[in-house]
Design a protein around this ligand. Structure first.
Ligand code: IMP
Length: 175
């Protein structure tokens, strides 16, 4: 079984902190005078969401949605189901989706289409990590933390088979 020390660091917690601070500045600037609804996709976005909202200087409401895809731990199959639905009203709100990582784009692409039907007044996506080399569905990312290479990464909320979410740095599993 892989021990955390055997995983290589891709981004240190300091580098991640810098990226989150930059995203918060952009969001503070663009949403000044507004009261957006931040929707986090569970479970991976919970650490990012917690750090991000503490740097925001605008009033925000937060909610989380749990989506799941059928498939193995490392590959999104393409079929998504909403496990835990939304409790907040989306219609007429400025909605900002908070995602940990966009890989094929299938998960967040599905969720954005689902939200569009609920008629928000604006809808944007904030993703901390992007792996563009594996994209299958085009999803515009309005606020992006880091573009990363095609590696399976863990830490800062991201897991491999429910492990490693607690690690403060972003690490990768070597094949
Ligand atoms: P997508 O649908 O392929 O874009 O995958 C998005 C979801 O798969 C993310 O929300 C993560 O939960 C998971 N995921 C994709 N790549 C990684 C990774 O490198 N590490 C951990 N989880 C990942």
């Amino acid at each position: 079984m892989t021990a955390p020390e055997q995983l290589k660091v891709l981004l240190t917690k300091e580098e991640i902190r810098g990226g989150v601070a930059r995203l918060a500045q952009e969001i503070n600037r663009d949403y000044r005078g507004k009261h957006p609804l931040l929707l986090g996709i569970l479970k991976g976005s919970f650490v990012f969401m917690a750090d991000l909202i503490r740097l925001l200087e605008i009033p925000v409401e937060i909610d989380f949605v749990a989506l799941s895809s059928y498939g193995s731990a490392r590959v999104t199959s393409g079929e998504i189901k909403v496990v835990q639905g939304l409790r907040s009203k989306v219609k007429g709100r400025d909605v900002l989706v908070i995602e940990d990582i966009v890989d094929t784009g299938i998960t967040v692409g599905y969720f954005i289409d689902y939200l569009k039907k609920k008629k928000p007044s604006s809808l944007k996506l904030c993703a901390l990590f992007d792996k563009p080399s594996r994209r299958k569905v085009h999803v515009p990312i309005d606020y992006l933390g880091f573009t990363i290479p095609d590696r399976f990464v863990v830490g800062y909320g991201l897991d491999y088979d429910e492990r490693f979410r607690h690690l403060p740095d972003l690490r990768f599993i070597e094949d």
